[in-house]
Design a binder for this molecule. Structure first.
Ligand SMILES: Cc1ncc(COP(=O)(O)O)c(C=O)c1O
Length: 404
């Protein structure tokens, strides 16, 4: 059976060129970049080249790039490191209800330590109201943290406008750009961000490596204590192979950005149009404006069925998609993002994410459109919700379906 992978927002395969570039750092180029001898010097150059590649990709200076182990570490470092450095100034953070757990749970942990957090709501399409943000600012606000793009819906947030608000009030601005980099242009100068987080495994580099952009002059307390690597900003011997892979993946994504956008967007639009045309009683989750969504992401709820059973049934055809985010699947709770958008609970349970990548080809989309309508119908035929007649005035699901 041919496998069709449509879960690129969970992770992506390492690009062959990236793997090739990494291999010497597991073999002959094994040195520690902090060592002064030949073995260290041999890899030190590669470390700085990767820093330049990552910096160029987001329009930063190499000195503003700190390598970390993953996106979650970057988000923790941005938030905790900022609050540690700014505690004399204030203790209030503004974030949103739709952030990744790497941000949300960090904020929740900080609340337990006495910090104040405002979680901005979103509307039914997952959009933020920036007036709410300005109203939430107090003289104690030291950090605004808003993701560049949402991992579940693909919604892209107005980062430049948020950056302008943060500048106006002299508040530090962090963005989790883990899902955005490689999919849409990311420019830290235009966006006026102070801290921006990247994760390697979402853009064709391996798992276990990431980077954080720290604007020059941004004071941070370190998350990890120990060695003096990364100009004292992140202790621990660098993951050289991963970093070299991340550098090349960024360079390749930068070179292919435009062609990737148009190609993947055409395929996603074809999938979206096909699902809308072929499957009744569905709800698209996220903004209906496709320009304001990542070009690769489609999130759709199929009324009357469970997302998990749909995933298992698609898996039987070799099709990999996702319900909720990979980190939360396995839990019976509907996703917090669907909850924040007030998606009715049975529709939230049936929400399914298809996320395409540079390797996705048209025949794969054709196959999904061939298999999906019949699979959904088969599951509906077995569903007590579907067979209830869809007319009951006392049934919340019936009423919701009438409305979509
Ligand atoms: C928006 C977002 N932020 C952060 C992360 C965490 O990244 P990592 O898996 O590298 O820790 C993810 C991973 O899914 C994500 O989608």
């Amino acid at each position: 059976m041919k496998h069709i992978y449509l879960d690129y927002n969970a992770t992506s395969p390492v690009r062959p060129e990236v793997l090739e570039a990494m291999l010497p750092f597991y073999r002959e180029q094994f040195g520690n970049p902090s060592s002064v001898h030949w073995a260290g010097r041999q890899v030190g150059g590669a470390l700085e080249k990767a820093r330049e590649q990552v910096a160029a990709f987001i329009n930063a200076s190499p000195a503003e790039i700190v390598f970390v182990s993953c996106g979650s570490e970057g988000d923790n470092m941005a938030i905790k490191g900022s609050l540690g450095a700014l505690k004399e100034k204030g203790n209030h953070i503004i974030t949103t209800t739709v952030e990744h757990p790497a941000v949300l749970e960090t904020c929740q942990a900080l609340e337990k330590e006495g910090f104040d957090v405002t979680y901005l709501p979103v509307d039914k399409d997952g959009q933020l109201n920036l007036d709410d943000m300005e109203k939430a600012i107090t003289e104690k606000t030291v950090l605004i943290s808003v993701m560049w793009a949402n991992n579940e819906t693909g919604n892209i947030y107005p980062i430049e406008e948020i950056g302008a608000i943060a500048r106006k009030y002299n508040i530090r601005f962090h963005t989790d750009a883990v899902q955005a980099v490689g999919k849409v242009p990311v420019d830290v100068q235009k966006a006026k961000v102070d801290l921006l987080v990247i994760s390697g495994h979402k853009l064709g580099a391996p798992k276990g490596v990431g980077a954080i952009y720290v604007r020059r002059g941004t004071r941070m307390t370190p998350l990890l204590h120990g060695g003096h690597q990364e100009r004292n900003r992140r202790a621990g011997t660098q993951n050289m192979a991963g970093i070299v892979g991340l550098g090349l993946a960024c360079e390749m994504a930068g070179a292919e950005q435009e062609s990737y956008y148009h190609r993947v967007r055409a395929l996603r639009d074809k999938l979206e149009d096909g699902v809308v045309a072929l499957v009744p009683d569905i709800k698209l989750n996220g903004t209906p404006n496709r320009d304001q969504r990542l070009p690769n992401t489609l999130n759709v709820s199929f009324a009357y069925i469970e997302g998990e059973s749909l995933l298992l049934n698609l898996d039987m055809y070799g099709i990999a998609a996702s319900s909720g985010s990979a980190c939360t699947s396995g839990s019976l709770e509907p996703s917090h993002v669907m909850g924040a958008m007030c998606v009715e609970v049975t529709l939230a349970h049936s929400s399914t994410r298809f996320s395409l990548g540079p390797e996705t080809v048209p025949a794969e989309i054709d196959k999904v459109l061939e298999v999906l309508p019949a699979t959904v119908q088969r599951l509906r035929d077995m569903s007590p919700l579907y067979n209830c007649g869809r007319t009951s005035d006392n049934c919340e699901t019936c009423q919701t379906i009438k409305r979509i």
